[in-house]
Design a protein around this ligand. Structure first.
Ligand code: BG6
Length: 484
């Protein structure tokens, strides 16, 4: 028998998330949500952490009609007012698939209404119809962090089981209205974010001067697992769309061959990275969590019926975001920032201006590990390069470093395909510039399409093509020629 490796064609896409992109926070009866209560805090060492750890006091401040704070997610990058223009740009770019999310509070302003808000339905009907007319597939994130603030006030966010049914009701409305136009969907963005970022991931407020109660956090995750499985069960009745789960992948390396560093790696990887996808892809709680729950005195309310749902309704594909790799050591070293969690500096890698360590080979490693673990099709649902960009007077933007980032990461995707990974597609994060989810900044940009706005929400919000736009356009064209 002769052996021949093969590079099979994959889908190429781009993504935005409603809270970071749409704006129009009070248009058409939309309700206030958790992201719209996060202020922009000018850079200090802990601004990013602070704007992710909101307390009751912060929410009360955000609800005031007059406040000194600027809340960037209320403006996003004005996608709400640029539907036609943005979809035309994406069509011109030539992507196969567009990942977008639905704002829960635009469909259900408080989250508890029995009937959806018609203006919200009309808005997404227009968006989804136009995407399909432009010939793109739809990858829908049903919920990308933002939770109607009423659900935080009344129920304590996802720590309450009540949110399961409220969410499934929302998902049902999504399927009934657009189920036959959706190709792929995720019930939740980066579900493991609930652990590192309980406000973003679960809508759980931090107590003043106290750590998060881990029982509430893991109860919140459990409730999301059940909501996810119930949504997939419903999706299987109502649509032909493929269901996925998504985690943020950190690609851990042990700093040394010291067995203790390597044991710590396994523990960190299990809790931070694999736990959520293990539940959603395998259909049961992994055995390593029992000890973690015991040692951290975590108690959970898990109903027998929940376990049935988890077992019966695992996801069709596994997806992940990948931005950088991380280093684990039993000795704390100089740390650098990262997507959701800080990590030790890796001397072999360069980092972005935000300290995220650039590691294309880490993408290949992660693809191999994820595929090997679940043996289900994989989707890279987020990857990209956050950088400062400047708009020149002639309307151009040179972004060589972003192009280099893509070139090197795409080479590694090819390697992973030759390794035998069953990859469905690659989705570029923030294809149109959007507000940063971590630090609420505008100047940390990912897009190949520039949006003229600054950290304080000043600017024309006009769109411009960066140099990476034509680079990506040509790359996709070339890939299509190879396919045919
Ligand atoms: C992921 C999120 O964690 O990382 C996105 O799903 C986010 O919402 C992305 O934007 C990049 O992070 P940041 O902080 O640079 O916006």
């Amino acid at each position: 028998m002769d052996f021949k490796t093969e590079i099979k064609p994959i889908l190429w896409g781009g993504a935005t998330a409603s809270s970071q992109y749409e704006g129009g926070w009070n248009e058409g009866g939309k309700g206030l949500d958790t992201q719209e209560c996060r202020p922009y805090l000018p850079k200090t060492s802990n601004a990013t952490t602070q704007t992710r750890l909101l307390t009751r006091k912060n929410i009360d401040e955000a609800k005031k009609t007059k406040t000194q704070m600027y809340y960037p997610f209320r403006k996003g990058t004005q996608g709400y007012y640029h539907v036609e223009e943005d979809i035309n740009l994406l069509k011109e770019l030539g992507i196969d698939v567009y990942r977008l999310s639905i704002s829960w509070a635009r469909l259900f302003p408080t989250g508890v209404e029995s009937e959806p808000n018609q203006a919200g339905i009309d808005y997404y009907t227009e968006v989804i119809t136009k995407i399909k007319q432009a010939g793109m597939k739809i990858f829908l994130t049903m919920n990308h962090y933002a939770v109607p603030i009423h659900l935080v006030d009344e129920y304590g966010g996802w720590s309450s089981r009540e949110l399961i049914d409220l969410y499934v009701h929302f998902a049902n409305v999504v399927f009934i209205n657009w189920g036959n136009q959706i190709d792929y969907y995720l019930p939740f963005n980066e579900i493991n974010a609930g652990y590192f970022s309980p406000y973003n991931g679960l809508g759980i407020l931090k107590e003043e001067n106290a750590d998060y109660d881990l029982s509430k956090v893991f109860q919140g995750l459990h409730n999301q697992f059940v909501a996810s499985a119930k949504t997939i069960a419903l999706g299987r009745e109502l649509t032909k769309a493929k269901s996925g789960c998504m985690v943020s992948v950190f690609c851990y390396y042990a700093e040394t061959p010291n067995p203790d560093d390597n044991m710590k790696l396994i523990q960190e990887e299990n809790i931070n990275q694999w736990f959520c996808s293990d539940v959603l892809m395998r259909g049961y709680y992994p055995s390593y969590m029992t000890r973690f729950f015991e040692e951290n005195k975590i108690t959970l309310n898990i109903e027998p019926e929940d376990l049935k749902f988890l077992e019966n309704d695992t996801a069709d594909f596994v997806s992940f975001s990948y931005y950088q790799s991380s280093v684990i050591s039993i000795n704390e070293r100089e740390m650098t920032a990262g997507n959701l969690v800080a990590t030790i500096k890796n001397p072999y890698l360069k980092a972005t201006e935000w300290g995220w360590q650039i590691d294309p080979v880490g993408l290949r490693i992660s693809l191999n590990k994820v595929y090997d673990r679940y043996q289900k099709p994989v989707f890279i649902s987020e990857n990209g390069f956050g950088d400062y960009d400047s708009l020149k007077p002639d309307g151009t933007i040179e972004d060589k470093n972003r192009i280099r980032y893509f070139e090197t990461h795409f080479e590694q995707i090819k390697e992973a395909l030759r390794d035998g990974v069953d990859l469905i597609g690659y989705i570029m994060w923030g294809v149109i510039d959007i507000v940063s989810a971590g630090s609420c900044e505008m100047e940390k940009r990912y897009g190949v399409i520039y949006v003229d706005a600054d950290n304080n929400g000043e600017g024309t919000y006009n769109r411009y093509k960066k140099d990476s736009f034509s680079w990506f356009q040509k790359y996709i064209e070339k890939e299509k020629l190879i396919e045919n």
